[in-house]
Design a protein around this ligand. Structure first.
Ligand code: PHE
Length: 341
């Protein structure tokens, strides 16, 4: 009976091993038969209770069974290991002849492109570039620039104020003040950067946009120097044939003040929707630095004179690229941006 049951264990073990479909199943069978409480192990443990007469023969057969199972288990395990490795090799195969994946190359935003072009123009003329904080005090944004206390720009309706009594600069002109506080004339500087106004967000307005400010101060600087440099600049930006016009205007921080208009780049002066049939496009504010501004930074206005100017970059970019809606610059739809590479 004992010999028969050893024989049955052998048959079932070999049959199950033949049916094993994976490494895990094979391992389960090893535990079932040869593990610490496995069937074959239990048979070996039971040897001590077997009749001493048959014990040597029973022992021999159980050990033989154990040996056979160990060999078969090793074979089956090796078979599964090999096929698993073959699969891994084909899965992880590297085709060295495959073309590389292209990483899309980025490019500057159209606003940055125009800003850089403006900066390069003035840098070539000897202007230095300065940046100032976007969160300003009333003093730098208004007071030192001779903006009166009752000026509408100071209204909550027009300016973003912070809860701690500061504000988001409404123009880049405060950078002039920071620079003049630190440097003595001669000064030739530009200040590019973002500015903020409580405007609607529509085709021509945005609560955040970009300006480039400029300032030149020295002995004997006149309105003619301003006109010469600004004409040169606009011709560089829109071509030698670009016409430049100065018209009287008003800013609290310049006297006299002017606005610069260029011949309409869309209709070449004939009159169209963009220039509102006037043939001219207003592109810049400028003027001779007001004596009160010089006094605020302790420059002697009897000795020094200068001019300042400021322009909106989005507007220039819209004219340069023929864009009708300022919001396109801020929505950053890649289908729009990709056209500027
Ligand atoms: N700061 C003015 C504005 O934002 C522009 C300007 C700058 C005008 C310098 C004159 C001189 O409209």
């Amino acid at each position: 009976a004992l010999f028969q049951s050893i024989e049955r264990v052998r048959e079932s073990a070999l049959a199950e091993l033949l049916g094993a479909a994976s490494l895990t199943e094979t391992e389960a069978l090893r535990i079932k038969y040869l593990g610490r409480q496995g069937t074959v192990t239990e048979l070996l443990k039971g040897l001590k209770d077997v009749d001493p007469a048959t014990r040597p023969e029973v022992g021999k057969r159980v050990n033989a069974l154990k040996g056979v199972l160990e060999v078969r288990l090793a074979e089956v395990t090796a078979k599964f290991r090999a096929s698993e490795q073959a699969q891994a090799i084909s899965r992880e195969r590297v085709d060295a002849a495959l073309p590389g994946r292209r990483i899309p190359r980025g490019h500057p935003h159209p606003i940055r492109m125009v800003m850089d072009e403006v900066i390069d123009c003035f840098a070539a003329l000897g202007f230095s570039v300065f940046e100032g904080p976007e969160i300003e005090t009333d003093y730098y944004n208004f007071e030192a620039l001779n903006v009166p206390a009752d000026h509408p720009a100071r209204d909550m309706q027009d300016t973003f104020y912070t809860t701690d009594g500061r504000l988001l600069r409404t123009h880049t002109s405060p950078v002039q003040i920071h620079v003049m506080e630190r440097l003595q004339p001669p000064v030739a500087m530009i200040a590019p950067g973002a500015v903020y106004r409580r405007d609607s967000f529509d085709a021509s307005h945005s609560p955040m946009f970009h300006q480039v400010e400029g300032l030149m101060v020295d002995r004997g600087i006149t309105f003619a120097h301003m006109k010469g440099i600004l004409s040169l600049f606009w011709k560089k930006l829109f071509g030698e044939q670009c016409r430049v016009l100065l018209r009287p205007s008003y800013f609290p921080f310049t006297e006299p003040s002017a606005e610069v208009a260029i011949g309409c780049v869309v209709c070449r002066g004939k009159g169209c929707r963009i220039c509102k049939q006037s043939g001219w496009l207003e592109v810049m504010g400028c003027g001779m630095v007001h004596p009160n501004v010089f006094r605020a930074v302790r420059y002697d206005d009897k000795v020094f004179s200068g001019f300042a100017f400021g322009m909106g970059i989005e507007r220039i970019a819209m004219l340069k690229f023929g864009i009708q809606d300022i919001r396109l610059f801020f929505e950053n739809d890649v289908r729009f941006l990709e056209q500027f590479r």
